[in-house]
Design a protein around this ligand. Structure first.
Ligand SMILES: N[C@@H](CCC(=O)N[C@@H](CS)C(=O)NCC(=O)O)C(=O)O
Length: 213
């Protein structure tokens, strides 16, 4: 398998399926492309993906061009990796949480982009972003209380892949979850996401290399 990914310091959409792919234990090749280069980026990704956006997963002659679709494909292809839980209700809840991230929290995403190369610092965030943060705290707290943790559905799942870039944003922009309704579990969960070996491997690479067109 090959996965087309954007710069590791910035590409939150690439990070999510990359984490899931790492969890499968399958061998894969990375095809790195440089983002923020205008037409050159579009052309570079367009060599592989019909969406001209990263990520894309290439499995033989099959191309899958969206982060959530890639994660679902990996869950189906590698059932032993348990990227979703066996329990159907829990799986449906996990999918709801991942889809909520995939299609929402626009203000947080626009105002606080993933930037792993940046030293953490405190910034003032808008009302709209504060609202997103409160909603995420609420969601994490509900799911952790239901599953008992340590991850959203108990064991690590695709839902956690979807929120890992969010945890990096909270750290980078000095957003303290206790200021947004967290009694403790949500903040601890966010830190836990940033301590998984898979994320640490991605982060190390983000700080040591730049992608080529
Ligand atoms: N909905 C898509 C979003 C993909 C996306 O927006 N990717 C960004 C990088 S994180 C991209 O390729 N941008 C192209 C550019 O910067 O020209 C997904 O979930 O995969």
């Amino acid at each position: 398998m090959r996965i087309v990914i954007g710069d590791k310091q910035w590409s939150s959409w690439s990070l999510r399926p990359w984490l899931a792919l790492r969890r499968t234990g399958a061998a894969f090749e990375e095809i790195p492309v440089a983002l923020r280069q205008g037409e050159a980026t579009t052309a570079a990704i367009g060599r592989y993906s019909p969406s001209k956006l990263a990520p894309a997963l290439i499995d033989g002659d099959l191309v899958i061009w969206d982060s959530l679709a890639i994660c679902e494909y990996l869950a189906e292809t590698f059932p032993a990796a348990k990227l979703w839980p066996d329990d159907a209700a829990l799986r449906a809840i996990g999918r709801s949480a991942a889809c909520e991230m995939h299609s929402g929290f626009q203000s947080l995403r626009g105002e606080c982009p993933m930037a792993l190369e940046v030293e953490p610092r405190s910034v003032d965030i808008s009302e709209a972003t504060q609202k997103d943060v409160r909603k995420i705290v609420e969601r994490w707290s509900q799911l952790l209380a239901r599953s008992g943790g340590p991850f959203l559905l108990g064991e690590w799942s695709i839902a956690d892949a979807f929120y890992t870039p969010v945890a990096t944003r909270f750290r980078t922009y000095g957003i303290k979850l206790s200021d947004h309704g967290d009694a403790g579990p949500a903040g601890a969960y966010g830190e836990r996401l940033l301590e998984t070996p898979e994320f640490l491997e991605w982060e190390r690479a983000a700080k040591t290399r730049s992608n080529e067109l």
